[in-house]
Every structure is written in structure tokens, then in C-alpha cells.
Design a protein. Structure first.
Length: 97
């Protein structure tokens, strides 16, 4: 799946089957399901989950909690837009071997 195809599923509201928890989380977030996305992120105990958790708290406006999760993810706190960060995370996940 390409990022363009992923975005189309978001636009049409059809959650693709077989998505990883990380991509499901970002799909839910893009559809306005922050709470669902956050619940999924809380169950991810790796650096990817920490990165998504950080993004979600940044989106929520909780900068100190976001900073904690960025540290756990080993990533700097971004200075670009939330949309750009969402795109970057999805792109990285889709392009993983």
C-alpha cells in the first residue's frame, strides 16, 4: 500500500484489513478517533508506539507529556505541523520492509 492509497482509505472511511496496530492507530486518528488511537498507542510497547503516543499528545496540546514520549521514542520534538508529522510517521511505517 502507498501513502496515497492509505489516505484514500481514510477519506472513504474504510479501515483496511490487516493493518498493523501502528497504522490502525494513525488511521483512527486521521478519522477523528483520537481516543481510539490513544488506546491503541497505549498498548504498543516499542519505539514506534512511543512515537505515535508522542504525536497524539502533541496533537492534544500536552507538550510536556509529548516530550516524554518523544524521548522514549528516541526522536526530537518536531517543529513542523501535525499534518507533516502524521505524513512522516505513516510514510515511514508503510515503507518498512
Amino acid at each position: 500500500m502507498t501513502i496515497e492509497e492509505f489516505k484514500l482509505t481514510v477519506a472513504h472511511g474504510d479501515l483496511p484489513s490487516g493493518l498493523s496496530p501502528a497504522l490502525t492507530c494513525l488511521w483512527q486518528d486521521a478519522r477523528g478517533g483520537w481516543d481510539t488511537a490513544h488506546h491503541i498507542a497505549q498498548e504498543m510497547h516499542d519505539k514506534t508506539g512511543a512515537w505515535i503516543h508522542a504525536y497524539l499528545h502533541r496533537k492534544e496540546g500536552d507538550a510536556s507529556n509529548a516530550a516524554y514520549w518523544y524521548r522514549r521514542a528516541g526522536r526530537p520534538v518536531p517543529v513542523d505541523s501535525l499534518e507533516e508529522e502524521w505524513h512522516r510517521i505513516v510514510s515511514e511505517l508503510i515503507n518498512q520492509p
